[in-house]
Design a protein around this ligand. Structure first.
Ligand code: SF4
Length: 218
C-alpha cells in the first residue's frame, strides 16, 4: 500500500469510531511503518512488547525513535513474573519451551490488548515468512479485532528507499551483524548464507513467536 492508501484506510477506521493501536519490535525495517504512522497520526498508541529479554540497545533505540517521531509509545509487560517462568529443572523457559515463553511474554499480553482495541495495525511483510505470505491486508483477530497489515506488499527495496528518503535511524546492532533482532536469548548474528529470520530461535524448530499464528483468524 502507498502512504496515501494507508492514510485513507486509517482515516476510514477513525471516522467509523474504531480505536487503533500498533505494535513494534523497533528494528530498522519496523521504523518505516512507525514513521508513516507518525506522519498520519502520532497519537495512535505504539505498543512495545517488553518481554524483559530485549537487548539494552533495542530499549534505548525504542526511546530514541519515540522521541524523534513524537510517538505515543507504551511498554507492554507480561503479567507472569519471571520466577514463575521456569521449567521443571528450574531453567528459564526460553531454554526448553520457547513457545510457552513467547506465549507468556508476547501473545498473552497482546491478547489482552485485543479486548480493548478495534484495529491492530501490524507491520508484517509477506516476504518475511510463509506464514506472513498467506496473510491478507485486513484479517480478523480474536475478540472482534481487525488486523490491518499495511506493509504486506512492501519489499526490502521499498523499505530501503523509504529509509533513505527520510534518513531514518538504524538499530545500533545492525552494524555488528544482527539483521532480525528480537529477544537477546533467541537472536544471533546472521551468517552470509543465512536468510534474515533464520537468526531467530536458531537451531530450534520455531519460526514465529505466536503473534501471527495464534492471534489471527483465517
Ligand atoms: S523470543 Fe525467546 S526470550 Fe523472547 S519471549 Fe520468545 S522464547 Fe522468550
Amino acid at each position: 500500500m502507498t502512504f496515501e492508501e494507508i492514510k485513507k484506510k486509517i482515516s476510514g477506521y477513525k471516522d467509523a469510531g474504531r480505536s487503533l493501536f500498533t505494535t513494534s519490535s523497533f528494528q530498522s525495517h519496523s521504523i518505516v511503518m512507525l514513521h508513516i504512522i507518525s506522519r498520519i497520526d502520532p497519537e495512535i498508541p505504539v505498543v512495545f512488547i517488553n518481554t524483559g529479554y530485549h537487548f539494552p540497545e533495542t530499549v534505548r533505540f525504542k526511546d530514541e525513535v519515540s522521541r524523534l517521531f513524537s510517538l505515543n509509545t507504551i511498554d507492554l509487560k507480561p503479567s507472569t513474573p519471571k520466577f514463575m517462568q521456569r521449567d521443571a529443572d528450574g531453567r528459564l523457559l526460553f531454554t526448553s519451551d520457547p513457545d510457552h515463553c513467547c506465549y507468556l511474554n508476547k501473545t498473552m499480553p497482546v491478547d489482552t490488548l485485543l479486548r480493548k482495541y478495534d484495529v491492530w495495525i501490524n507491520g508484517i511483510r509477506g516476504d518475511q515468512s510463509s506464514v506472513r505470505k498467506r496473510m491478507k491486508v485486513e484479517q480478523e483477530a480474536p475478540h472482534g479485532t481487525i488486523r490491518f497489515h499495511p506493509m504486506l506488499d512492501w519489499t526490502p527495496r521499498m523499505i530501503y528507499q523509504y529509509q533513505k528518503e527520510f534518513d531514518l535511524p538504524r538499530h545500533p546492532l545492525e552494524e555488528q551483524g544482527y539483521m532480525s533482532i528480537g529477544c537477546e536469548p533467541c537472536t544471533r548474528k546472521v551468517d552470509p548464507d543465512m536468510m534474515e529470520r533464520e537468526a531467530r530461535w536458531y537451531g530450534m524448530s520455531k519460526a514465529e513467536c505466536g503473534l501471527h499464528t495464534d492471534l489471527v483468524k483465517n
